[in-house]
Design a protein around this ligand. Structure first.
Ligand code: FES
Ligand code: MG
Length: 588
């Protein structure tokens, strides 16, 4: 690894730290400099673009197949304007993009692929700094992962949420209301026609999901990490200030290059502790756990699953957004967004943590105000008790851990023993869930396995299993559910997620059988099956459920060979860490 890396470098004496990286391309004389510059002239630039100014990549995940990111070409124009105003040379480039709603089997399967695309494109090109443009759930962590492994000066501009959904005079949120409406249809309380009419009403402008789902969570967390400009997460995609802040980010990245302010000089353990605490105050998505672990891995900052429980134990739920509360992102923006939350959290956070502004998190929020204390609750009037976000559970069902979002669960189910009903695939669950003779009552523990990183593959969001029809008809709205998959950040329910190790690689979840007693004890942070070690050993000997056969080639093969488990962020084993931005060997 290291030896090979070194042989790919130019002679270190040809380039020094103080010199711009882009000079190794555009600053050359002779044949090589000619070729690098000459082809760029076909885009109509004058020679001043190559006068040694900072070269800024605008890494754009624009795609019409990722509707949350479909407006990012316009955002890129504002970034370019800012780069030019500050004396830099902007070059926008595409990467693959990940649309949560369309990609199968799961956008998560491709997060690491997109991170590789971002990392390799940054390193291979004459860039001094980068502005990341992402929005939809997986695009933001993928870009951060790739960029942190490269460690050029980096700033993120997220695409912003859609305007609040409006259905029949009421606000309606992405995801959350879809799950609600679809249960209403199944229970016979909403017509198909009304359900169809809601489709366009939920997505009435450019932008990502309006609830505190994964996209909103990751945008806010990026701001809390100090990797985007203060106030940028919540501004709606179509608000003129989205372009204003994109322009500012374009100008700021040029200064960051001049200051050599790279992510490794911004991020440390304090940044990640802040992110975890802000996530708790937001009522953020359980997906933030997997993504932050992977991001920390790239930044070489130590972070573990247990941190999400222990660090957030003192932090109450402050942000009153669906699915844990009642408002939407547009309301959050008008209330003051993330700076208002940081201000309310005060010294619960490491206010001295560094940010892309060059100032500390505390400097950035010194003048922040909370304009709506019902949307952003003050510490004295929280929406949820301290420690109501992420519970990290262990037990003989999840030796390496599992997570449960307390604020999304029914309080009366947080300590619960019930009989397991086990499904080997989500398809099997879908086939049987509405059968009148399904052997379930309200106390049953529903289990779907083979939904982990390797098993599915791609750890899909299947965890919030629809309540079986006969229980739904009886008025049951929540049950204990367990999976080695994930659930959408917009969903709710008493769902044990991210069980590690997953069943498909031989985790004990594979040994659970229908009829076994399962006990969830959130106060004790336990998830156990009442099956003796001897019996488990006997079942293991008999052979557990065969995992689904995987492909023997292609990206999915690579993924299954190298994906790590959920408790460490489901990154590829060979991608963890920082590989920097040495100038690669020339080819001419
Ligand atoms: Fe893209 Fe929700 S589907 S953010
Ligand atoms: Mg989502």
């Amino acid at each position: 690894g290291q030896a090979m890396l070194r042989s790919n470098l130019v002679n270190p004496s040809e380039t020094s730290e103080a010199e711009r990286r882009s000079a190794a391309w555009f600053g050359l004389t002779g044949k090589l400099g000619f070729v690098h510059r000459s082809k760029m002239y076909n885009q109509g630039y004058s020679s001043s673009i190559f006068d040694g100014r900072p070269v800024i990549g605008i890494c754009n995940s624009w795609s019409e197949l990722a509707p949350c990111n479909a407006h990012l070409r316009q955002v890129a124009e504002a970034v370019k304007r800012g780069v030019l105003m500050a004396g830099g040379a902007p070059f926008e480039f595409p990467t693959i993009s990940l649309g949560e709603t369309l990609m199968r089997p799961s956008a998560m399967l491709f997060r690491n692929l997109m991170a590789m695309d971002v990392e390799e494109t940054l390193r291979a090109n004459p860039l001094d700094g980068v502005v990341l443009l992402g929005g939809c759930d997986k695009t933001v962590p993928a870009q951060l992962m790739g960029a942190l492994s490269v460690d050029l000066p980096t700033i993120m501009v997220t695409g912003g949420p859609m305007l609040n959904g409006k259905f029949r005079g009421q606000d309606a949120g992405s995801g959350t209301h879809v799950w609600q409406f679809s249960e209403e249809v199944r229970a016979g309380r909403m017509s198909q026609a009304d359900f169809a009419a809601a489709e366009a009403c939920l997505s009435r402008s450019a932008g990502h999901c309006t609830t505190m789902g994964t996209a909103s969570t990751m945008a806010c967390i990026t701001e809390a990490l100090g990797l985007s400009l203060p106030g940028s997460a919540a501004i709606p995609a179509v608000d003129a200030r989205r372009h204003n802040i994109a322009e500012q980010a374009g100008s700021r990245i040029v200064e960051m290059v001049n200051e050599q302010l790279s992510p490794s000089t911004i991020l440390d353990r304090r940044s990640f502790e802040n992110a975890i605490r802000v996530n708790a105050a937001l009522g953020g998505s359980t997906n933030a756990v997997v993504h932050l672990l992977a991001i920390a891995g790239r930044a070489e900052v130590p972070l573990e699953l247990a941190d999400f429980d222990s660090l957030a134990a003192e932090v109450p739920l402050l942000v009153n957004l669906l699915p844990s509360g009642s408002y939407l992102m547009e309301d959050f923006a008008y209330a003051g967004g993330v700076p208002a939350v940081l201000r309310e959290l005060g010294t619960i956070l490491h206010t001295e943590a560094r940010t892309v502004t060059g100032g500390s998190l505390g400097d950035n929020t010194a003048t922040a105000e909370n304009w709506n204390p019902d949307v952003v609750r003050p510490l004295a009037n929280p929406l949820g008790a301290p420690g109501s976000n992420t519970a990290v559970l262990h037990g003989n069902l999840a030796p390496d851990g599992a997570v449960l979002k307390i604020s999304a669960a029914a309080p009366e189910l947080l300590r619960h023993t019930g009989t397991a009903l086990v499904f080997d695939t989500i398809e099997e669950y879908h086939e049987r869930a509405d059968a009148p003779d399904l052997p379930v009552d309200a106390s049953t523990v529903l289990v779907v396995r083979n939904a982990g990183p390797s098993g599915y593959p791609g750890m899909p969001e299947i965890g919030n299993l629809a309540i079986p029809k006969k229980l739904l008809d009886a008025g049951i709205r929540d049950m204990v559910r367990i999976t080695d998959g994930r659930m959408s950040g917009t969903s709710y329910g008493t769902v044990v997620l991210h069980v590690a190790p997953e069943s498909a690689i031989g985790g004990p979840l594979a040994l659970l059988r229908s009829g076994d007693q399962v006990t969830l004890d959130v106060p004790a942070r336990r998830i156990d099956m009442d099956v003796s070690d001897e019996e488990l050993a006997r079942r293991a000997e008999e052979g557990s459920t065969p995992a689904m056969a995987g492909p023997d080639g292609g990206y999915t093969w690579l993924y299954r060979q190298h994906v790590r488990q959920a408790d460490t962020g489901a990154d590829f084993d060979f991608l963890v860490g920082r590989r920097g931005h040495p100038v690669p060997r020339r080819h001419l």
